[in-house]
Write a new protein. Structure first.
Length: 278
């Protein structure tokens, strides 16, 4: 009896927490089908007044036709996909070197790399801005892409831990067979790291997609806007077009949901795996 009561209380707690987390998303989607005059209606309306009417998708239509949101979505997808790929390249190579190779100062390098995770972006953004200014990279996508090919502390830590789980005997056997480091990485270790690589791609893509500070600093041309910067168009000096802002927010979240839906099994495998697959 006590077990059933405790189980029901846990289920109730989970249900309450789930509702708390889901409600903002539900409110955003519902109000994206709301006319502007009813966004702040009293008493509040939780179901959009445009639902199942001829003007049901008018907010989404206006977002695409009046604000060119399709272009901004395309900009974000290809720019941040390249940035995520950059993380995969540099972090996989660095993780392999730090986990499997022996060289002087390896532990010091890894410690310094992990320490950078504790440095807030506000500390580095000013020197970073002046660096890109000197390189004449402002108002281009280079500041959003190139740094991903040069550093990645979290991804390096993630893949180093995964590669460290691979038995050392496999590495030594490959050395005896005359396989060099590059062949070993591309033929043995990389094929077995699909789960953590997919996990890193999703995390890097989502982090870049949600970033507002860097696109706001480095991009000034409207045609180069990313999704997060484009959402600021719906907020003017004296008013905010909440119905369009919420419709744009729903559209900005959809690519992340799609990426996660198709890749969630890799995240689960990466979390549960503790050695070599197969």
């Amino acid at each position: 009896m006590k077990y059933k009561t405790a189980s029901r209380l846990r289920l109730l707690l989970i249900a309450i927490v789930s509702i708390i987390y889901i409600f903002p998303f539900f409110w955003m989607v519902s109000n994206s089908f709301m006319s502007d005059k009813n966004i702040f209606a009293v008493p509040p309306r939780f179901i959009g007044d445009l639902l199942f009417t001829d003007a049901m998708f008018i907010n989404y239509k206006n977002v695409f036709t009046q604000f060119n949101f399709g272009l901004y979505t395309f900009n974000s997808i290809w720019v941040f996909s390249l940035a995520a790929i950059g993380q995969l390249v540099v972090c996989s190579l660095a993780g392999f070197a730090l986990s499997m190779m022996r060289f002087r100062g390896k532990n010091l390098i890894f410690s310094l790399l992990v320490i950078t995770l504790m440095i807030p972006v506000q500390v580095t953004i000013i020197p970073e801005y002046f660096l890109f200014l000197k390189l004449n990279w402002l108002d281009t996508y280079l500041p959003l892409i190139v740094p991903s090919f040069l550093s990645g502390a979290f991804g390096t830590f993630l893949l180093k831990e995964f590669f460290s789980q691979v038995p050392r005997a496999l590495f030594d056997a490959a050395i005896i067979d005359g396989v060099n480091a590059y062949q070993m990485f591309f033929r043995i270790y990389l094929p077995q790291s699909s789960s953590p690589m997919a996990t890193l791609f999703i995390i890097a893509f989502m982090n870049n997609w949600n970033d507002l500070l860097r696109p706001m600093l480095y991009i000034s041309s409207r045609k180069l806007y990313t999704v997060t910067v484009a959402l600021s168009q719906f907020q003017g000096q004296y008013e905010v077009r909440w119905n369009l802002l919420l419709a744009g927010s729903v559209l900005s979240v959809l690519p992340l949901i799609i990426v996660f839906a198709f890749s969630q099994r890799y995240i689960i495998e990466s979390t549960m795996s503790s050695g070599i697959k197969g």
